[in-house]
Design a protein around this ligand. Sequence first.
Ligand code: SF4
Length: 190
Amino acid sequence: MKKIKIGISSCLLGEKVRYDGGHKLDRYITETLGMYFEWVPVCPEVEYGLPVPREEMHLVGDPETPRLVTVHTGVDHTIGMLKWAEKKIKELAYENLCGFIFKSKSPSSGIGGVKVYTPTGIPGSKGVGIFGGTFIRHFPLIPVTDDVRLQDPILREDFIEMVFVYKRWKKLVERKGLKNILFSEHLLCL
Ligand code: SF4
């Protein structure tokens, strides 16, 4: 069986791209899901141009439109990261992804439950990371999850099932000669 292409936060594959120079290797993802999925790794912070190691960042301000700011020196990377994310989304539109597994709680990669701090540094509401949020907005039909949700047997089964359903739906659309519709849907999302 041909493996299904899935986007993934690079650190979950064991790549040492985190702010502290470490990784977040998840063996269930690499060893079990890796039998069926082909990975398309993405590390927003490194691909955007930040070094490893680097200063930690967090989300600050309005949870609907948070800013991505370094924790100690207060450097604001919001605009740069949003621009990079828009560019990356256009590249990913050609990757034929059938799902994405994000790193939880990350201010760049998280897709929910990411702490958003007040300007005085107090954790307030929860939000989504800059790249994670951009991905979801542009590809509302692509199934997404994160490493924490994958630990829940029901949510894990839901995600895997949605990936296979999405893949079958895409195949059907292509077979029926509606590929342009599928593609233009992607472009409409851009
Ligand atoms: S959580 Fe995202 S930005 Fe942070 S190291 Fe992992 S892939 Fe890179």
